[in-house]
Design a protein. Sequence first.
Length: 360
Amino acid sequence: MSALLSPSDDQGLGAGYHSPQVAVDVRLNTNESPYPPPRAFVHALATELADVAFNRYPDREARELRAALGRLHGVDPEQVFVANGSNEVLQTLLLTYGGPGRRAAVFEPTYALHSHLGRLTRTGLWVGERQPDFGLDLGEVKRAAAEADPAVTFVCSPNNPTGGAEPRAVVEEVLDLAPGLVVVDEAYGQFAPWSALDLVGPDVGLVVVRTYSKTWSMAAARLGYLVGPAAVVAELERRVLPYHLDAVKQAAGRLALRFTAEMEARVAAIKDERRRILDGLDRLAVEWWPSDANFVLFRPTTGDGRELWARLVERSVLVRDVGEWPRLSGCLRVTVGTPAENDAFLAALYEALDQGQEDL
Ligand code: PMP
């Protein structure tokens, strides 16, 4: 093949960021909602689709969607930036505030895409550690500021894949310590006891990133957004591709917000199920970490996590093997599913651990 077709230096991108997709009955590996959105939402969207001017480009500024999100959060539409999944929001943030000669601070273990996007945008990465319980370590945030002067500091709350949300006082402290923009990734924000949305203001270097992929049951639509200072949103808008958000998605995102009560009911049901999973884990030979999200991190107390993952797949249950992530050797992450899926998971785990004992 021509040398011209070789990609530029891959900056350690590896195989990219993917969760392996395996054909199983019970898929609890990507933190989606186990429930579809309400039928009434699907009907409302179908009705609106009939009126979409498909021959025309969509509203480039997604004004109606941003106004609806503004109403939801009590902010101006100019404070809302929308994109194709919160991943594109994060990428646009790094295209805008990162890049060569700049650094982003991440605190491991955390959502791997933050550093992946850092590499992709050629932003230097400053990698700090979390505390033993995986909460943010403010000493590390201070060290990042002193050593790297990061243009972007990532706070993932609740943190994927460990599950805990940061207390408000910690995020306030990060805002004091971090020299650049603080990005609070709240992909699982509705499961948490509080939201950093409360702290957003025109003169605060904070953006809060949210997604439709989890609590809104719309992972297929690929829609995410952030709330932050209007001046930041204006800079992000200058970096995205023209008409990056299609008309169908804009309508879907706007209509979904009519069904907020249903979303909240799903969140409550998933929290109940999370409790039931933890009660189940308590009876098994695993260690687990408290969760403010729709997933739980756990590890077998004896034996190998990777082997356990394979035994669960044999029983048609797919969880995420996060054993390769920093400090998570042997750990697995299970997404909270429907009651039937969670029963299947607990039964498969019981058997798989038992098989492990027999193998000893
Ligand atoms: N942030 C975190 C912490 C996540 O776990 C995920 C989903 N894995 C995302 C962002 C990306 O979500 P989206 O589907 O909106 O791109």
